[in-house]
Design a protein around this ligand. Structure first.
Ligand code: ADP
Ligand code: MG
Length: 464
């Protein structure tokens, strides 16, 4: 009937607009490398901020003592304490707690948000048992993972450039986030000093390096997306400070804000962007990350309902609700292996109140999941290969064919959306070719960011 033909046409068009053949991925990888150069040349030189992290040494394994970490950057924040035992002891003991952020605090005032966080941290510190050791004359020290774009002025200070990922808080942009957290901790009578301010990518890179010496970059694929990597300080024209002894500087790319004419962008992406809290910004992130994939799918489903009466004569009202379809639900549908696609059916029912979908309709929904997720995964792969290009690791080095390159990946999307992560790994191989790909390893850095922040707090302790 006309309904199915119109629906098929919408799906076909989406597939065409979202296509990421090898040539397209190469263009994206090249554009990423070009933008990296531009962002390193000058502030404002590129959509890629290429922020200097002030981390010029990554963990060695010698770190020791009790350290805390606080990870803020998504829907949850985490607090963690770790007892580090040096080269031999390594991570002696670690404990963590996770607290979800009430939605109203994500769009409220800065003081309310930081008070909430400091209170949870104080409660966690109060639960520290005797198995953790802290000398009485020492202040507790904290690595603060704050995963929003920050312009750092030292390892333990920096001002927020802008909120992303659904946060919109008045007055914080331009403020030193360490000072804000410190004041909130004081209000809780919590005696603790922030000795390292990093974001989750830097934390993941540091945590990854602690366990594997060949980790040279980290990528987060969670609610948002970002990447960090080790750059030669001499290759950073905008760095006017002293050259660090190591010769290295870790760069926080803020790659979520990458954009390029080579990115495959559809009408759905454009509408999503326009209706977002940050129109025109974080375009790469809006194609790739967990905050948005489900909503792209919802928008296509809405179009199917409106133009092709896909779900009956009336448009199910819930299809119009922004973000009602979360990426984990999309992922559950995408991984449905039942013969009658009953997971797809039940998720459509639970999410949108859409009952009695036919197998044919469910198959189409599955196809949409596939198109949207695979585009995201292949674009993320292209971004990673762009970093490898910048580092000169996308080809085999003469006389150094033993070189290993490890990228630490983390984030709920990468961890749980199996089709997404598998597609990403395969696309990297496709881009690099078999021989080079055999030297490049994608490692899941399970919550490496927390431990990484604690390690950086240790290596920047006031008592060293
Ligand atoms: P954050 O990015 O908020 O710090 P995480 O790294 O844990 O936290 O990522 C959480 C995000 O991962 C969620 O917002 C969601 O988009 C995505 N996610 C979590 N579970 C799944 C899943 N099962 N399938 C797909 N995506 C998931
Ligand atoms: Mg996170």
């Amino acid at each position: 009937s006309g309904k199915w033909a119109r629906a098929a046409e919408i799906v076909r068009e989406l597939e065409e607009k979202c296509a990421t053949p090898l040539g397209r991925m190469r263009q994206v990888a090249d554009a990423m490398a070009v933008e990296m150069h531009a962002g390193l040349a000058s502030d404002g030189g590129s959509k890629l901020k290429m922020l200097i992290s002030y981390v010029d040494n990554l963990p060695t394994g010698n770190e020791s003592g009790l350290f805390y970490a606080l990870d803020l950057g998504g829907t949850n924040f985490r607090v963690l304490r770790v007892q580090l035992g040096g080269k031999d002891g390594r991570v002696v003991k670690q404990e963590s707690a996770e607290v979800s952020i009430p939605p109203h605090l994500m769009v409220g005032t800065s003081d309310d948000l930081f008070d909430f966080i400091a209170a949870a941290l104080a409660k966690f510190v109060a639960s520290e048992g005797d198995t953790f050791h802290q000398s009485v004359d020492r202040q507790r020290e904290l690595g603060f993972t704050f995963s929003f774009p920050v312009k750092q002025s030292s390892i333990a200070s920096g001002t927020l450039i802008k909120w992303t990922k659904g946060f919109k808080i008045n007055g914080t942009a331009g403020e030193d986030v360490v000072a804000e957290l410190t004041r909130a901790m004081e209000r809780q009578n919590l005696d603790m000093r922030v000795t390292a301010l990093v974001n989750d990518t830097i934390g993941t890179l540091a945590g990854g390096r602690y366990y594997d010496n060949d980790v040279v970059a980290a990528v987060i694929l969670g609610t948002g997306t970002n990447a960090a990597y080790v750059e030669r300080a001499q290759a950073i024209p905008k760095w006017h400070g002293l050259l660090p002894k190591s010769g290295d500087m870790v760069i926080n790319m803020e790659w979520g804000n990458f954009r390029s004419s080579h990115l495959p962008i559809t009408e759905y992406d454009q509408a999503l962007d326009l209706e977002s809290l940050n129109p025109g910004e974080q375009i790469f992130e809006k194609l790739i990350s967990g905050m948005y994939l489900g909503d792209i799918l919802r928008r296509v489903l809405l179009k199917l309902a409106e133009v092709a009466a896909f779900f009956g004569d009336t448009v199910p009202p819930k299809l119009k609700e922004q973000f009602i379809l979360r990426t984990p639900v999309m992922s559950a549908m995408h991984h449905d292996t039942t013969s009658d696609l009953r997971v797809v059916g039940s998720k459509l029912k639970e999410t949108f109140d859409i009952h009695n979908t036919s197998l044919k309709a469910r198959r189409m929904v599955l196809k949409l999941c596939d198109i949207i997720a695979k585009r995201g995964a292949r674009l993320a792969a292209a971004g990673i290969v762009g970093i490898l290009k910048k580092q000169g690791r996308d080809t085999l080095q003469d006389g150094n064919n033993k070189q290993r390159t490890v990228i630490a990946l983390d984030g709920g999307l990468f961890e749980h959306y199996t089709i997404f992560s598998k597609t990403l790994v395969v696309a990297i191989e496709e881009l690099l070719g078999e021989e080079v790909a055999s030297t490049v390893f994608i490692e899941h850095a399970n919550d490496g960011s927390g431990i990484g922040a604690a390690l950086l707090a240790a290596s920047h302790s006031q008592y060293l």
